[in-house]
Write a new protein. Structure first.
Length: 652
């Protein structure tokens, strides 16, 4: 849109850019800046327009963008242009991701590089490497307490290693996803040190208070993230003689985004990482970016404005880069991180599907898909150019973030049902073979979350302990069933390292003082490469899981119906153990795949004649793509074996 005020400001800003910047070839930068400037200006004005130095800050923002544009490597610019042309590139079904810690997976970044063939063997072509920047020596929240946003933890590698890895991955057509921890810094970050030393410029980067008055007001409505280990949201800093806002751990200082300098620093950092070769940037804890007294300080409107502004700025400099929103919040809040009131994603193109994740664990515990059906049905359609990151496990705990209304609609009591799930997944329910541990118990609210590795939560640890073959079999089936869903649901499946070989809980963290209090470390393993070798030996647990996943991943990539274009229709079923949906090809509505999953440990049936007009699907003509054979059936009834799934087609 052309708008006079912003346009004349843009002219002034361009005149004020340093001569050496002006002399460079900024053709593409100017085209994109022109297209986005009205949005950038309006958002920046909404956030910071009342400040006397608004214009000065605006000039600073544009010059940071111009400078980062000048640093962008030619190869990355070529990718930018290709992706501008093929702007739905990340919705394609070919992408399959994995998240890993460089040290846990292979010691360091060079180890990760050496491990790329292993990942490719499985079919992984997008890699999220967990944070690896400089952080405090002891506890660092798994690297989420950053002390220097531009320098790596030397145990993991160097900046050159990252660039080399990115280049190597790009040659292999693999995408690199890196974190930018936007909400906070460690208390050892230079900004925090300067703030502590009394530098008022840097005090304004954080929320600090002389007395408890403001903190006490905030506390009235702010929940606690780590109630057991970091209660409260403020920490007293004895050197500074002030309270600091620390929503997560006491060594993670929340950044103050009401200060435009913080925003500009952070966009500079985001673009810096885009220029190191990241294809995807995971923005951590985005729900927390704006703090307001009297609110929960999560999901505030301004947090969304900040993300929109980040997106608009990134679009100008590095349009090939997409964002992942890490917002583990209520289902109807998560979807807003794609951006509202627009057809195309305006904030983050990708968001963690924490809703599906939690619902999958509900289905495991209850052996039925009642809540899964309700929960997915209640989710509004997402925007067109946006997609989910579908996962079963990640480095964090499992939060039971369902909508209470859905729990009630399924005939459960929300409080009792959540209690049941925690008990079940921690093995404290009769008949449960899950081996998780409660995390983040909050006696004040009754909330609890769950830690544990996928295999241990799915019953493999218990089964291997007793040697019960049927139980081992069921645990493996459950692991594959869950993966079959993230591979077919629509969105980018994100596997978690170690799950591909059935890695169990690892309790060695208890021996390390800086980790012992945080049981999320039980599912952040060090890969045992001897165990991984067993994937090649027929009949081992590792082989059964790895080979099945490998086959499913390869298959997913050949099924265009699995690309994510809001092309999924849930099927209403009368059997609560089953979860079923259609996936169709957007341009060929006659072409579809029927996905059916059975969460029960007994066989179940489904009446094919009830499938309505897509019911040319008849048992006689069906083929399961996974086994390349006809599914079991009896008359019009499809028979789904225990913990089994089908990807069905009527194509011959
Ligand atoms: C995100 C990370 C989590 C971390 C938190 C604070 O939620 O996934 O591991 O504790 O942010 O940085
Ligand atoms: C984020 C998530 C929360 C998670 C925490 C760290 O705040 O919202 O669910 O538990 O990070 O684990």
């Amino acid at each position: 849109m052309y708008e006079q005020v912003s346009h004349s400001l843009l002219n002034e800003i361009l005149d004020e850019l340093k001569p050496e910047v002006r002399r460079q070839d900024l053709r593409y930068f100017y085209i994109r800046l022109g297209a986005n400037f009205y949005a950038i200006y309006s958002l920046f004005y909404l956030l910071y327009g009342k400040r006397a130095d608004f214009k000065e800050q605006m000039v600073k923002l544009v010059s940071v963008m111009a400078n980062q544009y000048l640093c962008r490597a030619e190869e990355l610019e070529i990718t930018d242009k290709e992706r501008e042309k093929d702007h739905n590139w990340f919705l394609n079904q070919q992408w399959v991701g994995m998240a890993l810690y460089a040290d846990g997976f292979a010691g360091n970044l060079n180890g990760v590089r050496a491990g790329l063939p292993y990942l490719q063997e499985l079919g992984i072509n997008m890699l999220h490497i967990m944070p690896m920047l400089k952080c405090p020596e002891g506890a660092s929240d798994g690297g989420y307490a950053v002390s220097d946003f531009r320098d790596l933890d030397e145990r993991i590698g160097t900046l050159e290693d990252i660039q080399e890895l990115a280049g190597n991955m790009h040659k292999r057509d693999m995408l690199l996803a890196l974190d930018v921890v936007v909400n906070h810094t460690s208390n050892e970050h230079e900004w925090a040190k300067k703030a502590r030393a009394g530098d008022s410029k840097f005090r304004d980067y954080y929320y600090t208070f002389e007395t408890r008055d403001v903190p006490d007001m905030f506390e009235e409505t702010m929940p606690e993230i780590f109630p057991e280990t970091a209660p409260g949201n403020f920490t007293w800093d004895g050197e500074m003689n002030r309270w600091v806002m620390t929503v997560f751990n006491n060594y993670q200082w929340d950044l103050n985004y009401s200060n435009p300098s913080v925003f500009i620093e952070m966009i500079d950092i985001i673009l810096f990482w885009a220029n190191q070769g990241a294809d995807i940037i995971r923005l951590d804890a985005v729900a927390f970016l704006w703090k307001k007294i009297g609110s929960s300080c999560q999901n505030e409107r301004e947090a969304h404005l900040i993300l929109q502004l980040m997106k608009d700025c990134c679009q100008v400099v590095a349009p090939g880069v997409v964002f992942i929103a890490e917002a583990i919040v209520a289902p109807l809040e998560i979807i807003k991180y794609f951006g509202e009131d627009a057809v195309n994603a305006k904030e983050c193109e990708i968001a963690y599907n924490a809703t599906l994740m939690a619902l999958l664990w509900d289905a495991v515990a209850t052996h039925n898909a009642k809540l899964l059906n309700c929960g997915i049905r209640s989710l509004p359609d997402k925007l067109d150019r946006a997609t989910w990151l579908n996962y079963i496990r990640c480095h964090d705990d499992i939060g039971l973030g369902f909508d209470d209304n859905d729990i009630i609609a399924c005939g459960y009591n929300p409080h009792e049902h959540r209690k049941f799930l925690v008990n079940y997944l921690t093995g404290n329910f009769k008949g449960s073979n899950a081996r998780g541990l409660p995390f983040g118990n909050n006696p004040k609210t009754g909330d609890a979350r769950i830690s544990g590795s996928l295999a241990s939560l799915a019953g493999l640890e218990t089964a291997l302990g007793t040697g019960d073959q049927r139980a081992i079999d069921h645990a493996i089936k459950r692991i594959i069933l869950l993966h079959s869903l993230i591979l077919s649901f629509g969105g980018i499946p994100l596997l978690y390292y170690g799950d591909e070989i059935g890695t169990l809980n690892d309790c060695s963290f208890l021996k390390e003082e800086s980790k012992a209090h945080d049981n999320r470390w039980m599912h952040r393993p060090r890969i045992n490469w001897d165990k991984a070798e067993l994937r090649k030996k027929n009949g081992t647990v590792e082989n059964r899981i790895f080979e099945s996943l490998k086959r499913l991943i390869a298959l997913r990539k050949t099924i265009p119906e699995f690309a994510d274009f809001n092309n999924r229709d849930l099927i209403e079923l009368y059997n609560p153990h089953l979860f079923a949906f259609w996936r169709s090809q957007p341009e060929q509505s006659s072409s579809h795949i029927l996905v059916v999953c059975n969460f029960d440990s007994s066989p179940q049936h489904m009446n094919l004649t009830r499938l309505g007009n897509r019911g040319m699907f008849r048992s006689g003509s069906l083929r399961d793509l996974c086994s390349n054979s006809a599914p079991a059936s009896f008359g019009d009834q499809l028979v789904i074996p225990p913990l089994h799934f089908y990807w069905l087609t009527d194509r011959i």
